[in-house]
Design a protein. Structure first.
Length: 238
């Protein structure tokens, strides 16, 4: 019963976040950088302070943001006009140098309540990172010649976050995606596990789930730093 109530509550929260903060920002197809993903990327977009907005300022170039709150890697619900809720379907063709993407958290949080998620986790990405919906997505992005940064999630600072109990699933998802990234020199995994100091609430919004303005800025700086460090890495897949 507790699990059912929890999952119902989480679904309601997700739908509210979709209605309030899930606008897709399309700024043109000439940008060398595309951003895809869920609310980690989309949050603070209403005030032009989402991760992509900060990346634009730091890179001094346009960034196309297709991210949508509540989006999943595996999304099969037939909701009219909700293609953006499928992260793979957020992709639009372009001459991208980089694609920055995240996802999987909603699949685990809303899909199995971060409880008994073994099958869901395996569907997302195998233990060795060699197959699954996430590797399939990354392979398709790489086939375009773009380099890919797959970004992990913020961790709870241990002060009352509703997703505190998802910690083990988050750690395992990170491990598997990191293994996937090691198999291709043009793929980079950016962990955010060490970004939030214990007890520091300032990196999270009031809901203690999504990034605050400070959190979005800190994530963006890590992404742009990784881009600069690897500017000479290969574009094309083998």
């Amino acid at each position: 019963m507790f699990q059912l109530i929890s999952r119902t509550l989480l679904t309601c929260i997700a739908l509210l976040s979709l209605a309030g903060c899930g606008e897709t920002v399309t700024r043109g197809s000439s940008s060398p950088v595309l951003v895809m993903g869920d609310s980690l990327m989309a949050w603070n977009g209403g005030s032009n302070r989402a991760i992509s907005d900060v990346m634009e300022r730091e890179l001094k170039q346009e960034v196309v943001d297709r991210s949508v709150s509540s989006a999943r890697i595996v999304y099969n619900l037939p909701l009219t006009g909700a293609a953006g809720l499928s992260i793979p379907k957020q992709y639009r063709a372009g001459d991208w140098d980089w694609v920055v993407v995240n996802g999987g958290g909603n699949d685990l949080w809303l899909g199995c309540g971060c409880f008994a998620c073994k099958r869901k986790m395996n569907r997302l990405v195998a233990q060795d990172g060699s197959y699954g919906a996430i590797p399939d997505l990354v392979a398709k992005l790489r086939s375009t010649g773009a380099r890919v940064i797959y970004t992990g999630y913020l961790r709870s600072p241990g002060t009352g976050s509703p997703i505190e109990y998802c910690k083990d699933e988050g750690q395992e998802l990170d491990r598997r995606i990191a293994r996937m990234a090691k198999q291709d020199d043009g793929v980079f995994f950016l962990s955010l596990a060490d970004l939030v100091p214990n007890g520091d609430r300032s990196y999270h919004a009031l809901d203690m789930i999504h990034p605050s303005v400070k959190g979005s800025a800190a994530i963006a700086s890590r992404i742009t730093g990784l881009m600069r460090q690897n500017s000479a890495k290969p574009h094309a897949t083998n």
